[in-house]
Design a protein around this ligand. Sequence first.
Ligand SMILES: [Fe+2]
Ligand SMILES: [Fe+2]
Length: 346
Amino acid sequence: MTEIKRRVLMDKDAPNRSTAIVNGQSSNVLNWDDVRFSWAYPKYKKMLGNFWTPFEINMGTDVKQFNNLTDEEKKTFKKVIGLLALLDSVQTDYAGKVADYLTDSSLNALMIILAQQEVIHNHSYSYILSSLVSKDEQDRIFDFWRTEPVLEKRNEFVLKGYEQFAENPTIENMLDSIVYDVILEGLFFYSGFSFFYHLAREQKMVATSTMINYINRDEQLHVDLFVKIYKELLEEYPEYDTPERATKVEGIFREAAALEIEWANDVIGNKIDGLDVEDVEDYIYFYANVRCNQLGYERPFEGYRKNPLKWIKAYEDVDLGKTDFFEQKSRQYVKVNVQDNGFDDL
Ligand SMILES: [Fe+2]
Ligand SMILES: [Fe+2]
């Protein structure tokens, strides 16, 4: 059991560029031109490029449309937001905990930006709900994680993995917690996402879906960052890169997919016109395969090589400034501000 030590605040005798991903030496001074991993700076630029805030998004049309949703759509809408609120809250804290144990100051910086983005995600849920429902109802939705049994079971699954690392930071526990992270950020959001994209496809609740789309885009970068850290850990500690670990991770993904499918049946079921839960199930298997494979392991589900909800692709691939999928004013705001600040000239 290799324990991981916390990064020290300052080390006069250590180089600025760290000597290892964890348990290395680092002065803790951040010079972006002198960091351990060549992918860190491009990742930093991408994460900053994603910057957005809910304030930029006008909820006017959504407010009018919300009352016209079917009762089931409203119920699902609230449940999914309630779920996301819990996951993003926990994620903010987990990212901070991981940050403490990464030796290189640039990786610490990336984790802090990641955590900041999770804060914005939570802000968006408050912002959406405060526009659409009463304060009492908003408070109730933010408590769903306490009262919904299916949700509770699913959250406990991820939290267990996070807690193990938080309480006992070893290489093994960090690796495991990253697997749970990839499940949280790369799988457990996805049936929720599909519901909002389904509404957007029908031109409903487009402002909300725009925020969901921005969140989705952030999460893709987050998953990739954690995957890179996972692989780097295995590179530096090859004794953990074993067939047993592969089997363990594939098993965790199987369990995660089963829980996500249970949740999809609870919130989507056959209640949402135009969105078949069978397709969402296939989408979950597909993403479980994608994520497990990203971590370097076999796809746990035979078949499921293609995205069964092809129309979602357009939403997932939106790139700020290039594809203006939703034609939201907010994107123009961003551009105007950028020019006003002369940021391009810096
Ligand atoms: Fe998030
Ligand atoms: Fe995230």
